[in-house]
Ligand binder design. Structure first.
Ligand code: HEM
Length: 497
């Protein structure tokens, strides 16, 4: 009996001892790493957990403080996990140009219950295969077909804003823009009308909750285990949201299946690859067609890809549009120049997409406010950066936000200046100094789609409104979730023209 009582205590003691040994060993490794790279002050065993602990705004400020005090590269220790934070172009280049470091960091694992092994979180041969399959879905000929739809949605955005805009009351535009970009990705890549799928509002709320939970968990090691997190009230809420997200995408897939006949568009080829007979297929049609040829592509695989592209395809572009409107709302002269360029352009969507100054403005906005502010890789085989060697096991975290504000490549980096992207102005700039869409093998598959959408949306707003931002850049509190947000939202005083 006494033994029975003692056993759980003994097991718990052993587990604690094992945990402490792991942490102690990790501290020794970390001391070795610190001979190569600096690290901000940290607590024994737990490392920087206590420095980051707080909300997202605190996390962001801590990251900025580390950049200001540590230089361009510094080490972080979260319990027994070690990461090298890179904010310099040479370091980022070393990671992005490597074909060995393409597996995403452990933070992405929090997304697995939602996105599974969709393209964003996939790795190895499966990723290669999927990327090859999906790349043609964003071929420029497909994008040509999307152009009129995107232009139509940009007019929809203007109509929606007209209903709620008043030059005297500030309006947070984030939700309005996000609804439009969700609608565009549904209609273009998925071939489905958002309204026919209902639940759009629930989908938004769920994406926000799940997005915020990733950062929440990152800062709280006791939530890292999925099972343990799932037992907490917050974890249960996140699971509920993920079910909502899956319900929505399953509905999108059902809807599309019911309205198309993929068989007619495909023919088997000797290599087993899907060849498209009549025309190139958009994203979801291509997946459904591929499923007929490749029995290893399961319904869950398709849902994972749809979840990935629905999320990546609408949140990032929505914030990019909002941040561009924010920047223009703080620079009336630049806003007016964009408006004049847009008003002088031809009527076709291609005319807008080709506008040079609009492109400079969008690029500069993506520099100062990169929607994806941070990306991470697993360092499985060791990495040389110049004369330094980063041993395997140390994660490689690239902070795009800081990289884009490096004065070595962007003098007076806080200043919004579209001239930085005027022809010839990038001469001498490091090729990896500016990577809003990442770079190398795992760059953004939707880059061209995103740029088209961004330009068309900003141009439509510039044609219909003049606006100023409620907050100055100095007043903004950055709030990193899965995308870069502001805790105040993006509030604009919009005056119809
Ligand atoms: C302004 C808008 C966008 C920005 C700033 C952006 C940025 C990025 C970045 C930085 C990555 C690399 C992520 C990482 O390494 O973890 C990425 C990957 C990805 N993006 Fe985008 N993106 C945008 C729009 C889009 C759109 C419109 C789509 C889909 C239509 C899309 C789909 C993806 C996918 C699927 C990946 C993963 C690619 C892979 O790992 O092979 N993105 N994006």
């Amino acid at each position: 009996m006494t033994l029975l009582l003692l056993l759980p205590v003994l097991l718990l003691g052993l587990a604690l001892l094992a945990g402490l040994l792991v942490l102690a060993k990790s501290s020794v490794t970390f001391s070795r790493l610190r001979k190569q790279f600096p690290a901000p002050p940290f607590a024994f065993l737990i490392g920087h957990v206590s420095a980051y602990w707080g909300d997202e705004v605190h996390l962001f400020k801590t990251m900025q403080r580390f950049r200001a005090t540590m230089g361009r590269r510094w080490l972080i220790k979260m319990m027994n996990e070690h990461a090298l934070n890179l904010t310099d172009a040479e370091g980022v280049e070393a990671v992005m140009t490597s074909s060995k470091h393409i597996t995403k960091g452990p933070l992405y694992d929090f997304l697995l219950p939602w996105l599974g092994r969709g393209l964003l979180t996939n790795f190895g041969g499966s990723w290669h295969h999927r990327r090859k399959l999906l790349t043609p879905a964003f071929h420029f000929k497909i994008l040509d077909e999307f152009g009129p739809l995107l232009a139509q949605h940009s007019e929809q955005l203007v109509d929606d804003l007209r209903v709620v805009a008043s030059g005297t009351e500030p309006l947070d535009v984030v939700e309005h823009v996000s609804k439009i970009t969700l609608g565009t990705i549904c209609e273009t890549a998925m071939g489905v009308n958002l309204h026919s799928c209902g639940e759009g509002d629930e989908y938004f709320a769920a994406v926000r909750t799940v997005g915020a939970s990733v950062i929440y968990r990152m800062m709280r090691p006791w939530t890292w285990n999925d099972f343990v997190f799932g037992l907490t009230p917050h974890g249960r809420e996140v699971t509920k949201c993920m079910n909502t997200l899956h319900r929505f995408t399953e509905k999108v897939i059902r809807e599309r299946k019911s309205t198309q006949d993929t068989k007619a568009a495909t023919e088997p080829s000797p290599g087993g690859e899907v060849k498209l007979r009549k025309r190139r297929l958009a994203f979801l049609d291509m997946l459904l067609a591929a499923q007929k040829e490749d029995l290893t592509l399961s319904d869950v695989d398709i849902r994972n890809e749809v979840d990935t592209f629905m999320f990546e395809g609408h949140e990032t572009t929505a914030m990019a549009i909002c941040w561009t409107l924010f920047a223009l709302g703080n620079h009336p002269d630049i806003q007016e120049r964009v408006r004049q360029e847009v008003l002088g352009a031809g009527p076709a969507w291609q005319d807008i997409v080709a506008l040079p100054y609009l492109e400079q403005v969008v690029k500069e906005s993506l520099r100062l406010y990169p929607p994806v502010l941070y990306i991470s890789r697993i360092n499985e085989q060791g990495l040389d950066i110049g004369d330094k060697h980063v041993e395997s096991g140390v994660h490689l975290d690239m902070i795009i936000y800081c990289l884009h504000r490096d004065p070595a490549n962007f003098p007076d980096p806080e200043r919004f200046d579209p001239e930085r992207f005027a022809p010839g102005e990038d001469r001498g700039r490091h090729p990896f100094a500016y990577v809003p869409f990442s770079g190398g093998l795992r760059n953004c598959i939707g880059k061209r789609y995103a740029m088209m959408e961004l330009k068309l949306m900003v141009a439509a707003v510039a044609r219909a409104f003049s606006w100023r931002a409620r907050h100055s850049p100095e007043e903004i509190e950055f709030k990193p979730e899965l995308v870069l947000r502001a805790s105040q939202g993006i509030q604009l005083y919009l005056t119809p023209l």
